[in-house]
Each structure stands twice: as structure tokens, then as C-alpha cells.
Design a protein around this ligand. Structure first.
Ligand SMILES: Cc1cc2nc3c(=O)[nH]c(=O)nc-3n(C[C@H](O)[C@H](O)[C@H](O)COP(=O)(O)OP(=O)(O)OC[C@H]3O[C@@H](n4cnc5c(N)ncnc54)[C@H](O)[C@@H]3O)c2cc1C
Length: 383
């Protein structure tokens, strides 16, 4: 890194940093100077992302697995649901980096460099960021590494522990990921297991818990014990070895804190992009990157983006309120949603792009009482 000023610096080369660099490169910024700086020592939590997609996208070359069916198990019911317009896809971090690095090779003024970001300072005319202790000036800083400003407790948390396992005998259907399986002890959280099969013997198996606002996530060793119990008890995967592991606690906020400064914009998880009612962010990150790149190309600044939908934020907050009162309603809700609707309808709803009639049909299948009570409580509070 020889220059001390760039048109833009992207702090962090994870999902959001790489995605934004790629979108800038194809949206008229390919001759501008852009630095993407990533600390190889700061170990990122997510090594692969699962998500659903209905249309071809810029970084599809990084997709390593595609599935057309999903397994669900909730409230005693077991089903494999078919996807029609959607595919469930998987991207590994190393593949995303490889594909984006290839794309950036065509942009001589883009630099992908190792380095540790320290301070990020917003200024009147530009921003300043320290990289390995050296000050770098930038027209724009896109920040995916700084902690969000404190804004009180999260509405809920998503705690998870996952193991890549290899079983001694075939245990998995390699064509069917399990989106959720609630056959784990529930306790004070809503807990399920997610299974992403790579073959009939290898899979990422992950225990996930939605923790209410005042609850405490089960400690990692407790989640590991739940996972071990699921693998031996439900999967009957005796004689397995554990490879890579992941463990994290994500704060969930229906109304994330503000993300824009004068010349600094937070992106990715730091920018509050994680969907509060699901914990998914990968596709939302790409949509956000595309919107930022469009805004820069059109108006010379990144602020002309669609506003997050107040309606869907409200729906997310209602779900988290129900979780707060009775975590076990989440299992019933998931069961009704996925067993009472075509899967594509549910995924469109979670993507926040269902037409109103479809939303009504979907909401009609959900358990009524806890949600009506939550909406009434909110209305009374406002009144
Ligand atoms: C374990 C886990 C699994 C997840 N799985 C999914 C999933 O399957 N599907 C989905 O949609 N969402 C998932 N998410 C949510 C979300 O998609 C991810 O958190 C996503 O990686 C967020 O992207 P990001 O760019 O904000 O952060 P990251 O992808 O973590 O990128 C941040 C980057 O910044 C680097 N960095 C950190 N500090 C510094 C520093 N000081 N200086 C320079 N570089 C630094 C890190 O090394 C990293 O490369 C998951 C989250 C976690 C924690």
C-alpha cells in the first residue's frame, strides 16, 4: 500500500467488504482508487454462508453448493419442502475472496491489502483511517470492523455453535439441508439444529438458539453438549470426527443504530444488516452493496439507498417480542409457516419482498393469540 489517499477505503475484507468492492468495480468505479484492508489475524466468525436466492447474481461463481429442497422438523412434524423459484446456496469465505480478487485484477486502482484497521475518523471534507498505525485519508470509508455505537440492549441474541463433522457411515441426505430441527432440549430459549450436508457422511451441524432480551445464551460448552446429544441421539451418527468449529453470539435488533456519518458508512453486521428475525445477512449484504454502488455512480455519494422497510421492521420486532414472552412460540411459528405455505412464499416474506396479498395469506397461517397480544401491547404503549 503506497498511496496515503484513496477515493474509498473499505475496512474489513469479509462478506460485506468483498461484496462492496466487487459491486464498486462493476458500477462505474473501476478507475477510482479503492483500498480493501483486511486483518488476516482477526479471525472472522463465519467461514461459510448459507442463503436462498431466486436470480443469478454478480458473485455466483463463488457458490459451491445448490439445493432445491429443505428439511424442516418442528412441533412434532417432519417435512421436506420443495423450492421452485429459489435455490438454497452455499458460499465459502475462501471462494468469495478468490472470485472477488479475480474480478479486482481488472481494476488497476483497486488494492486488496492485509492490515489492521485502528481508528476511523469522520471529517468535514473526508475521512481518515489508521492502517497498521499509519494514517490514510479517504473520500469515503466503508467500515465493517468498528463496533456499533452503544444503543442499549439488543432485542434478542442468536447464539450458535457448529461443527463440521465426518461420520463413519452415511447419515445425511446430501441433497437436503435441514433448515431447522427443534428436536433438542428447549430450556429458556428457542433452540434448533441446522444441518448443511456436503456429502452423505460430511456436514456442518449447528445448534442455534434465539435468546430472549433478558435471557442468557447457553455457554459454548453447553451448546457443544447439545450438539453432541443431537448427533448421537437424532442423527445416530456414532463414530464421527469433528473438523472446523464455529461459535458466535449475534445481537438481533429490529431497529439498528444509525450507520451513516459524513464520509463514513458502516456496512455488514456493523451496519445493522443482519435480519433481526432470522440472523441471515448474506443476501442483504449484497443488496446493500449494490445500492451503495448505484448511489455512488449516480450521485457521487453512498446515501441514496432505499430505506429499510418500516413494516418489516415492525414485523421483526413483533416476533422478537413474542420470543421474549414465550420462546416456545417460535417453534410453533416456524412449523406453521413452513408447513402451511409453499416454501417460496415464506422465503419471499423473509426477503421482505412479498406482495400484500401473499403476506396476508402467510400471516393467516401463523398462531394468532401471541402475535395479536404483542401488537395490542405495542398499540397500547404508543397510546
Ligand atoms: C458464525 C457465523 C455464521 C453465520 N452464518 C451465516 C449464514 O450462513 N448465512 C447468512 O446469511 N448469514 C450468516 N451470518 C451472519 C452474517 O452473514 C455474517 O456475520 C457476515 O460474515 C457479516 O459480514 P461482515 O462483512 O459484516 O463481517 P465479516 O464477514 O466477519 O468480515 C469482517 C472482516 O473484517 C476483518 N477484520 C476484523 N477486524 C479488523 C480490523 N481491526 N482491521 C482489519 N480487518 C479486520 C475480519 O477478519 C473479517 O475478514 C453468520 C454469522 C456468524 C457470526
Amino acid at each position: 500500500m503506497s498511496a496515503d489517499r484513496f477515493d474509498a477505503v473499505i475496512a474489513g475484507g469479509g462478506a460485506s467488504g468483498l461484496s462492496l468492492a466487487a459491486h464498486l468495480a462493476v458500477a462505474g468505479w473501476r478507475n477510482r482508487s479503492v483500498l480493501v484492508v483486511d486483518d488476516p489475524v482477526a479471525r472472522p466468525a463465519a467461514q461459510c454462508w448459507g442463503f436462498w436466492a431466486a436470480a443469478p447474481a454478480l458473485l455466483d461463481a463463488a457458490v459451491s453448493h445448490r439445493y432445491r429442497r429443505l428439511g424442516v422438523h418442528a412441533a412434532g412434524a417432519d417435512a421436506v419442502v420443495a423450492l421452485r423459484t429459489f435455490e438454497y446456496q452455499v458460499v465459502h469465505r475462501r471462494d468469495l475472496r478468490h472470485v472477488v480478487a479475480g474480478l479486482l485484477r481488472r481494476c488497476p486502482a483497486f488494492t486488496l491489502a492485509p492490515g489492521r484497521v485502528g481508528d476511523v475518523r469522520d471529517g468535514e471534507r473526508e475521512a481518515e483511517i489508521t492502517v497498521d498505525g499509519v494514517a490514510v485519508r479517504a473520500g469515503w470509508v466503508f467500515d465493517s470492523v468498528s463496533a456499533s455505537p452503544p444503543t442499549g440492549a439488543a432485542d434478542a441474541r442468536l447464539a450458535f455453535t457448529g461443527w463440521e463433522i465426518e461420520c463413519a457411515r452415511p447419515v445425511f441426505d446430501p441433497d437436503v439441508p435441514t433448515l431447522f430441527d427443534f428436536r433438542v432440549p428447549q430450556g429458556d430459549a428457542a433452540r434448533f439444529v441446522y444441518v448443511l450436508p456436503h456429502s452423505d457422511r460430511r456436514a456442518l451441524v449447528e445448534v442455534t438458539e434465539f435468546v430472549p432480551r433478558h435471557g442468557r445464551p447457553t455457554p459454548p460448552d453447553g451448546r457443544a453438549a447439545l450438539l453432541a446429544g443431537y448427533i448421537s441421539g437424532v442423527l445416530d451418527g456414532s463414530g464421527y470426527t469433528v473438523g472446523r468449529t464455529e461459535s458466535a453470539v449475534l445481537p438481533l435488533r429490529a431497529s439498528p443504530p444509525p450507520r451513516s456519518g459524513r464520509h463514513v458508512l458502516r456496512i455488514g453486521a456493523c451496519g445493522g444488516i443482519v435480519k433481526a428475525s432470522t440472523g441471515y445477512a448474506y443476501q442483504r449484504i449484497h443488496r446493500d452493496s449494490a445500492a451503495i454502488a448505484r448511489s455512488l455512480a449516480r450521485g457521487g455519494h453512498p446515501f441514496d439507498r432505499p430505506r429499510p422497510s418500516r413494516w418489516y421492521r415492525f414485523l421483526d420486532s413483533v416476533l422478537l417480542d413474542v420470543l421474549d414472552r414465550d420462546p416456545h412460540q417460535i417453534e410453533r411459528t416456524f412449523a406453521r409457516l413452513f408447513l402451511g405455505n409453499p416454501a417460496d412464499r415464506v422465503l419471499r416474506f423473509l426477503d421482505e419482498c412479498s406482495p400484500p396479498g401473499e403476506q396476508l395469506r402467510l400471516i393467516a397461517t401463523m398462531p394468532k393469540a401471541p402475535y395479536v397480544r404483542s401488537v395490542a401491547r405495542r398499540a397500547l404503549r404508543r397510546w
